[in-house]
Design a binder for this molecule. Sequence first.
Ligand code: PEP
Length: 248
Amino acid sequence: MRKKIIAGNWKMNMTPSEAVALVNELKPLVACEDADVVFCVPAIDIIPAVEAAKGSNIEIGAENMYFEEKGAYTGEISPNMLVDAGVKYVIIGHSERREYFAETDETVNKKVLKAFEHNMIPIICCGESLKQREQGITIDWIRQQIKIAFLNVTADQAKTAVIAYEPIWAIGTGKVATTEQAQEVCAAIRCCIGEIYDEATAEAIRIQYGGSVSASSAPELFSQPDIDGGLVGGASLKPDFGKIVNWH
Ligand code: PEP
């Protein structure tokens, strides 16, 4: 039985003091024993958010990370910096990073390997554009993204990973995928993991759906056999996030 994982992606929102206020506001609302709850926050918010979340069930995650250990990479955040600040989860390859910051499947793979090397759990994002969906190549595209993201990742590492299936056309648009669309792709991802590794790895890995998840859409989505929770953007900044976490 896989434990659900509900993660918020704050994106580029919340100053450090606003972050502390939001963690304090949401803390009682997201209390939940049967799901892992993660707030992925901007880098500058990590340390105050970790402090504010102490004593609660909230894990603080990062929204990005660089794949080198240290050195002349102005503006980047290293894996050690995240670990030292108290981070356990890191989002890798969000479609906004792929679109605006030129991330590729290859850089995603380097970051995934680096996250595992430092015992962090990567939340690995994949997803198709509207054009790709209309062309009928969604599953092929996602399989390709997954195969590259997991190059040189061991089965033991893969078992602990989280994959977020996020159709690009559903992110921040209010246009949530249908339950059937989300389940179909999440099942295909699990099947792909089974082909790369084995049945046990496919059964262990957690696969989230992301894209305009709300308190009203969460229950049906999260009840699907291959959907193990969600990656939530806009709604993770509101009290509604408590309802999403406690969806059942
Ligand atoms: C996201 O940022 O990963 C996301 C899914 O955003 P939203 O929930 O706002 O669509």
